[in-house]
Design a binder for this molecule. Structure first.
Ligand SMILES: Nc1ncnc2c1ncn2[C@@H]1O[C@H](COP(=O)(O)OP(=O)(O)OP(=O)(O)O)[C@@H](O)[C@H]1O
Ligand SMILES: [Mg+2]
Length: 352
């Protein structure tokens, strides 16, 4: 296909706490970061991935595009959480032309929603290890009303959503461009966001297990609100400032430690179950992203519990940056929150 600049989409990560936007210029030789920016959302505007205040979110997106001087309208967005179901299923090999029908029929038993209410997508992962006449298929079901909600949102922000991806896939997409991946590594790609945590265990860039749960920095915020009798905005300020500036640093440290411990236990449980279900396949590395990465001690704690190295993602690493536009301090500060928007910005209009 003839390469056209128009094919590139602006990556728009609509998180429940921060909106992130990224624009790349991609040529055969290099990928250049043109724009990256973030804007906080008013608490309650998005709850559990559902849009509660359409105008507020649209307004935040519009001003972010304006402040970043992004004129392109075609965007790739993503969703996650409860309204998205991702499953690896096993099904009989069938000719290509019957695939859609077979998988849709099979999907019914795995999806907890009425089939009328979801859009189904799939990707063949390969032949089953146990039965050569079977294949592994990655099944994705997204609720139609969620898709409609995000289409309405992007339209009211004056944008065109050309691709609706899944948060976990967008994260994997940027991760695959980064260096330092050993072919033998079993990597846990972890995103601890404001309202949800996503886990994706990868071997040679193929997902072996994906899972989302409800944990996130909202747990820290809720506890700060209760402890200091403040509102969410004030609690966010405390969370995002250096610890020594907190009204009672010791109390904040206790909250952070307690929540980080809960996250660690939940993550360890998922990893241990995965390891025992896969003949002791060991996770050899954890790559951490999302606002949860800022919680002091969390990465170290997780590393010692799992007995593996935990690194925070460096999602800009494979990109060409103009040092005058993006200072190292800025890049390092936004790195944990940037990967999904960057993964989305790698998408092209004609991608599936
Ligand atoms: N500098 C900082 N220091 C400490 N915590 C921070 C900092 N910046 C952001 N956070 C925390 O990270 C959270 C945002 O993380 P993130 O951007 O990953 O969430 P999100 O993508 O909006 O949420 P979700 O994906 O769950 O919908 C904020 O709510 C805040 O609590
Ligand atoms: Mg997020």
């Amino acid at each position: 296909m003839v390469f056209s600049k128009k094919d590139h989409l602006v990556g728009l990560d609509i998180g429940s706490s921060f909106i992130k936007v990224a624009e790349l210029q991609i040529s055969k030789k290099k990928k250049t970061l043109k724009k990256f920016g973030m804007a906080p959302l008013t608490p309650g505007a998005i709850v559990e991935g559902r849009i509660m205040d359409m105008e507020e979110v649209a307004q935040t997106i519009r001003s972010l595009f304006r402040s970043q001087k992004i004129r392109k309208k075609n965007v790739a967005i993503s969703t996650g959480g409860h309204s998205v179901v991702i499953k690896t299923i096993n099904t009989a090999k069938v000719p290509e032309k019957n695939l859609q029908e077979t998988i849709t029929a099979e999907a019914e038993q795995y999806i907890p929603y009425d089939m009328e209410d979801v859009n189904i997508d799939y990707q063949i992962l390969g032949e089953s290890r146990f039965a050569p006449d079977q294949m592994n298929v990655l099944l994705v079901a997204v609720k139609k009303d969620l898709v409609a909600e995000y289409m309405e949102l992007t339209a009211s922000a004056g944008l065109n959503a050309k691709i609706i991806d899944v948060d976990t896939f967008a994260l994997q997409n940027i991760y695959e461009t980064l260096a330092g991946q050993g072919a033998e590594d079993i990597v846990l790609l972890l995103d601890v966001g404001a309202s949800k945590t996503s886990l994706n265990i990868l071997k040679a860039n193929t997902s072996m297990m994906m899972r989302d749960n409800d944990s996130g920095t909202h747990q820290v915020i809720e506890q700060i609100c209760t402890r200091f009798e403040t509102d969410i905005q004030e609690a966010e300020k405390i969370m995002q400032s250096p610890l020594e500036k907190a009204p009672d640093p010791e109390a904040v440290t206790m909250i952070l430690d307690e929540v980080a411990n809960t996250w660690c236990s939940e993550i360890c449980e998922v990893v241990n179950t995965f390891q025992s279900n896969t003949n002791d396949t060991r996770v050899t590395k954890v790559v951490l992203s999302g606002g949860g990465s800022y919680v002091p001690g969390f990465a170290d704690n997780l590393g010692s519990e799992l007995d593996v190295k935990v690194v925070t993602i460096s999602p800009f690493e494979g990109l060409h940056l103009d040092g005058k536009k993006f200072s190292p301090a800025f890049i390092s500060r936004v790195s944990p929150q940037a990967p999904i928007a960057l993964g989305l910005a790698l998408r092209r209009v004609d991608d599936k």
